[in-house]
Design a protein around this ligand. Sequence first.
Ligand SMILES: NC(=O)CC[C@H](N)C(=O)O
Length: 331
Amino acid sequence: MNIGLKPFDRLTQAELNIWVKEGQQRSQLGQLPSYIPQLAQVNPQEFVVKILTIPGPSYQAGNEALRFPVMSVIKCFLLLNRLLELGEERVFQRVGVQPSDQPFNSLEQLESDGGWPRNPMINSGAIALAGLLPGKDADTRCQYLCSWLNQFGDCQLVLDRDILESVRSAPNAKNQALVSTLAAAGYLEYPEITLDTYNQICCLSATISDLAKLGLLLLKPPNPQWQNASRIVKALMMTCGLYETSGQFAVKVGVPTKSGVSGAVLSIIPDLGAIACYSPPLDSQGNSMGGLFLIEKMVETVNYPHFSRSKCGLLASTGIASEETEVCSGD
Ligand SMILES: NC(=O)CC[C@H](N)C(=O)O
């Protein structure tokens, strides 16, 4: 039993280093994405982690100076921004809240929904919301979101022009088809500007500290309006953030998590901390293999109640409080 210990007191740097090493090994089972040339050329062994905790201590491993494009992790913050600036009603006139069991760029899903984008965590939904950013062109729209995040998140995101060139050099037929379908269904006004905006915001680059600080925006919302918006974002991260794997991961690990095809991944442990990880090799759904492994181990280490419950079949259904889940965790 660890009565009296605060959750992150259980985590030591030595322990984190062990999990990083194992995560690195496991990541070798994954693959780099091939459809964005520059992402196919990164070092697959790179493994960077930053954990910021509400109690105070922070933990890190790997090259803190390394910059990487956040890719789909930006979808959380595009949604946060649009909820705060436009309100729930307008946002959810453009995008749904239903999980999808199809890949993140599925045209079939969008077509079977009659052009209605299912949720903001898949490409169709994020593209629809990118169409609601203010500004006359894609550069202005991307810079607007970038500055907003840098201001409120106290971070230094910058547009990675090399990655953007790489994205543009291999036009993505799937995203183009999503844009046309959205526009034809009336959920998008300026298809070209919008696709370019979406590509640019995915190419915003961050250090691992930047990514973890963005997590704090969802962990410690400054006022009731932010609280409501971040509640919605976290709910959708939990149900849709890892695409087809979302449900399984929610049951097994139980924390809102969002991945990007660069290998970036961000998890929020409610009331406790934010975990940012970058490990490029992906599983078949496009989620960082090493990143998801590390997050699972961290949540297990801090003994977050959802995790204990999922490990303790019977207790799970009784809703028994934390003392019992501690016994069950084997401490
Ligand atoms: N899953 C992702 O990170 C997808 C983002 C990427 N820009 C794409 O549209 O393919």
